[in-house]
Design a protein around this ligand. Structure first.
Ligand code: URQ
Ligand code: ZN
Ligand code: ZN
Length: 487
């Protein structure tokens, strides 16, 4: 199977060039002007369009068991919706319950993800600690291509990791050359505020943001940053939603600490007014954590993305439909947390990022694909239109429009957080593993065609860390025994 994508302008994170792209055997074989293709090659006319790396969404939760139910989007439908919207790889999460063996959880998720239509990988969450967790983290890194471990600082009485677990796990990750990621909200404070609000008789979705104010996120972001600083491990903070957390990252990065940040398309564009909507299903359909914030936070998040304080965009695609959200009809703390977006991320970021001048096309590629590939150590296999890379790419028509709606999206969720948004600039073709999986409305994804993508540990960076630690290692003071005075 070979494809020649002809007449387009190739846009990578580092450069823009008019070039054809020749694909064969699932790989990009050549990028250049005036390429020929063997007889029988499929032709894709990219005239007037851009050819960009397929999107990588580093934060999704397909069919996640959570808050007493299971997310409605599965690995097949979710990767299909992603590829319809230009995202050709997701990094999802294995989330063991406390006391659940990590390898058992990993094998369980690997079973669920076999139905994926697009490529995927897994961050593994550390939600508890004992010697088996220490051992299994090693097995996952050395034998299963895991190089990132997640820690939920929220969700008390469920999957919340206390500081002691953070410290043990961060230390172990450093030994293994793995990066630590955190959901940064102070779970104790959230729990306390939830109880206080319920006592005041605030039981509706409007209580959700009130129980998780930005300070609760800022505190946890700072705490995770400081723990990572003392333990000397790189840190990746997921779904930064507010001024407090991106300012914490900016300070740390300004001090030379290796901290990365992620921002969700939703947090850039949706504000907290949704929680005051009189319709329960609409308001509950927007309950996710951290919550959508007042508009000033969105402006700061865009500035953080432009400044490079945060490097990746994601969706935290974790879908629950109205009957599931209804669990919280009388108590907002029971509304399953999560919203969708995997199909819309690239469209809304192009429209509100590139069309507004906030981002160049190259920066768009960086924040939707290349930076995630680099941070999670799969670049340039992923995240580049370049010879030798996987043939995951999109043909992007900057003039084509779309009206986003739950009525027409491919996501298995009944509330679309971007409902009614008109966007200009979308993918007309998506190619995954060298095959056309989407073309002008025609969905050609194949259940089970997705591959698990190994992500090797970060040898280089951690070697530099080892040298630095050796150089700075405190030494004991030698105290010669005092001469005994003989009177
Ligand atoms: O916290 C997360 O990232 C998962 C449980 C999805 N739900 C959410 O509200 N963000
Ligand atoms: Zn989270
Ligand atoms: Zn998440």
């Amino acid at each position: 199977m070979s494809i020649l994508v002809r007449g387009g302008t190739v846009v990578n994170a580092d450069q823009t060039v008019r070039a054809d792209v020749y694909i064969e055997g699932g790989k990009i074989k050549a990028v250049g002007a005036g390429l020929d293709a063997p007889a029988g090659a499929e032709m894709v006319d990219a005239g007037g369009a851009y050819v960009m790396p397929g999107g990588i969404d580093p934060h999704t939760h397909m069919e996640l068991p959570f808050m007493g139910t299971v997310a409605s989007e599965d690995f097949y439908s979710g990767t299909t919706a992603g590829m319809v919207g230009g995202t050709t790889m997701i990094i999802d999460f294995v989330i063991p319950s406390p006391q659940e063996n990590l390898m058992d959880a990993y094998r369980k998720w690997r079973g669920w993800s076999e139905k994926a239509a697009g490529d995927y990988s897994f961050h593994v969450a550390v939600t508890w600690w004992d010697d088996s967790v220490h051992r299994d983290m090693g097995t996952l890194v050395h034998e299963h291509g895991v190089n990132s471990f997640k820690h939920f600082m929220a969700y008390k009485n469920a999957i919340m990791a206390e500081d002691e677990v953070l410290i043990q796990s961060f230390q172990r990750a450093r030994e293994l050359g793995a990066i630590c990621t955190v959901h940064a909200e102070n779970g104790e404070l959230v729990f306390h505020l939830q109880q206080e609000l319920l006592k005041m008789g605030i039981t509706g979705p409007e209580g959700h943001p009130l129980s998780r104010p930005p300070e609760v996120e800022g505190e946890a972001a700072n705490r995770a940053i400081r723990i990572a600083q003392v333990l000397d491990v790189p840190l990746y903070i997921v779904h930064n939603s507010c001024i407090e957390s991106v300012q914490a990252i900016a300070r740390a990065r300004g001090e030379g600490q290796r901290v990365f940040g992620e921002v969700l398309a939703g947090h850039l564009l949706v504000d907290d007014s949704v929680y005051r909507n009189p319709d329960f299903e609409f308001a509950a359909g927007h309950v996710m954590s951290p919550p959508f914030r007042p508009k000033p936070h969105q402006a700061e998040l865009w500035r953080a993305l432009q400044a490079g304080t945060v490097q990746t965009t994601a969706t935290d695609h974790c879908c629950f439909c109205a009957p599931q959200k209804a669990a919280g009809l009388k108590d907002f703390t029971k509304i399953p947390n999560g919203t969708g977006g995997v199909e819309d991320r690239m469209h809304v970021l192009w429209h509100h990022g590139v069309n507004t001048g906030r981002l160049t096309m190259n920066e768009f590629v960086a924040v939707t694909s290349t930076n995630a590939a680099k941070i999670f150590n799969i670049y340039p296999r992923k995240g580049a239109v370049a010879a030798g890379a996987d043939a995951d790419l999109v043909v992007w028509d900057p003039k084509k429009t779309r009206r986003i709606s739950a009525a027409t999206h491919h996501q298995k969720v009944d509330v679309n957080i971007f409902e009614g948004m008109e966007v200009t600039g979308i993918n007309t073709v998506t190619i995954s593993q060298g095959k056309i999986v989407y073309r002008d409305g025609d969905v050609r994804t194949v259940k089970g065609a997705g591959r698990y993508i190994d992500r090797p540990p970060f040898a280089g960076y951690f070697e530099a860390l080892r040298i630095k630690r050796e150089r700075e290692r405190p030494r004991p003071v030698n105290r010669a025994p005092r001469a005994v005075r003989v009177n």
